[in-house]
Design a protein around this ligand. Structure first.
Ligand code: FRU
Length: 509
């Protein structure tokens, strides 16, 4: 696997007693250190590590009566290090309860890390499939649990002998499990010896013995990287692959992050493994969105979670003892050949202080009494009219602001965090980490915005949810101002709520 700058760990684990059992040792460290994390930048309704480092969501599922989300976790320092699986459960996808660490690198075959993977329930037992890393090799391992808390490792189930000859063992990871018509399937990201990235499809009747079906996808767009964290969902007759490509070239608007995200729609042939693509788009055009993973709610909804951070940048919270969080899970639907995203409806249970406002013109700046805050759910429609740029300024205060606006000439919504006060160091090969954009057309002259803020996060849903922008903002200001430049705009249907989740996931504090 390509080394990223933050994968070099500087942990304080040597200062702590050596437990013979790595899981016990991790829990002991968390109970000693979680209360010491500096809380200024902590979210209130997003899953975050109690202490240390979090990256990809893993094993997100509804199983044994609860929602579960595991995550890539290095408890001992707020930098990437030997990967454990942290574990949260929830009844409503908003308030997450921390459970003991589920997996630690404690076997010869996973001693260098328990990398990303997924979960599935079979006959009342919960199974996790993850990438076991040792000696530069990546293989797929299985663990099982009857209580959804304690996991027993069952060993490697997709080994070297199951890896296609034309794939390298160094990049062969992130199994995503799903079931179709009584059979189990698994997608794996891998590297072809010819330099292309592959997404492989395997099948099994019992989760233990696996057989390669074929290559779902293969192309050379990821440079020296691969499609990490493949995921899958079916919307009726349409199949969707969700992929996290490394090093994909930007076209100036899409794929601006070095580690970006995309979904493909089409048909996955379960007999030969091939995926026939009919459409492709970025999932989220913001700064901080990676490793998206889909899951299914018992009521039939298709949901998605993702890491709300980005590789190789500066992490302002690392100095506070933690880094990384997950997005608020989203509901996915398919409409007219596009995936639409919406915040999970359960967030509405936590709305307080409802405020509605009459339509008004904006020419310059406009403040609406009561529209402010950094833990809010705010919706409005914008009629850009003849304005050159019009939208909203968030986290305003002390000379700082973050702007989200429609640019009439470019036909884009831009997310500008260049004046947020805290400079985020861009990744080495990234042009900048302060401006992101998506193409979108207002419908009948009007564009819908829904924005969720949570202390240091900002999730923007545009139109019917066909475009989203997610980013972290580190500014203490709570002011909110509508604005237009170069002409008058109109703001309609403003609806604002506070989000009040008393203790959120921070019960260890
Ligand atoms: C994606 C990723 C995965 C890998 C994990 C390691 O962010 O690189 O491919 O399994 O993180 O933590």
């Amino acid at each position: 696997m390509k080394k990223r700058t933050d994968h070099s760990s500087r942990s304080s684990e040597g200062l702590f007693p050596r437990f013979s059992k790595p899981l016990e040792r991790a829990e002991n460290y968390i109970s000693l250190r979680a209360g010491m994390v500096e809380r200024t930048f902590r979210h209130t309704y997003h899953a975050m590590p109690p202490v240390g480092w979090m990256n990809d969501p893993n094993g997100s599922c509804f199983a044994l009566g609860k929602y579960h989300v595991f995550y890539q976790f290095h408890p001992y320092a707020a930098v990437w290090g030997p990967m454990h699986w942290g574990h949260f459960v929830s009844d409503d996808l908003v308030v997450w309860e921390r459970l003991p660490v589920a997996l630690a690198p404690d076997m010869p075959y996973d001693r260098d890390g328990c990398f990303s993977g997924s979960a599935i329930e079979k006959d009342g037992v919960m199974y996790l499939m993850y990438t076991a890393v040792a000696d530069g090799k990546q293989l797929q391992a299985l663990a099982r649990s009857e209580d959804g808390v304690h996991f027993e490792k069952l060993g490697i189930v997709i080994g070297e002998e199951d890896t296609p000859r034309d794939c390298t063992q160094a990049d062969f990871r992130d199994p995503y499990l799903f079931e179709r018509e009584g059979k189990y399937y698994c997608l794996i990201g891998s590297k072809n010896v010819d330099g292309d990235a592959n997404v492989l499809l395997y099948t099994s009747g019992d989760l233990l013995k696996w057989k390669l079906v074929g290559k779902a996808w293969k192309d050379g767009r990821t440079g020296s990287g691969i499609y990490e964290c493949p995921s899958y969902a079916a919307f009726g007759e349409t199949d969707a692959l969700f992929l996290s490509p490394q090093y994909m070239k930007t076209d100036g608007v899409e794929h601006e992050n070095i580690f970006c995200n995309l979904y493909m729609l089409g048909k996955l042939d379960l007999k030969c493994g091939a995926f026939c693509r009919t459409f492709e788009s970025e999932i989220d055009g913001g700064f901080d969105f990676y490793a998206a993973q889909t899951l299914h709610a018992p009521d039939g909804r298709t949901l998605m979670t993702a890491w709300m951070q980005m590789w190789d940048r500066g992490f302002p919270t690392a100095a506070h003892g933690w880094a990384g969080a997950l997005i608020l899970p989203r509901e996915l639907t398919l409409k007219e050949g596009r995936v639409l995203q919406a915040p999970v409806r359960e967030i509405e249970r936590y709305r307080t202080e409802k405020r509605l406002y009459p339509a008004c013109d904006v020419d310059g700046e406009l403040k609406l009494e009561g529209v402010e805050g950094d833990k809010i759910d705010l919706a409005f429609d914008l009629e850009p009219g003849e304005s050159a740029r019009a939208g909203i300024k968030l986290f305003v205060g002390g000379g700082q602001e973050t702007c989200i606006y429609f640019d009439r000439a470019r036909r884009q919504v831009l997310f500008d965090r260049s004046r947020m006060g805290t400079l985020i160091k861009a990744a080495p090969s990234e042009q900048d980490a302060s401006l992101r954009r998506v193409r979108i057309e207002p419908k009948e002259g009007r564009l819908h915005f829904r924005i969720l803020l949570d202390v240091t996060s900002c999730e923007v849903f545009l139109g019917e949810g066909e475009r989203t922008l997610t980013g972290n903002i580190y500014s203490p200001g709570k002011g909110i101002v509508f604005f237009s430049e170069g002409g008058r705009a109109r703001i309609l249907n403003v609806e604002k709520y506070d989000i009040t989740v008393p203790q959120g996931t921070d019960k260890d504090a």
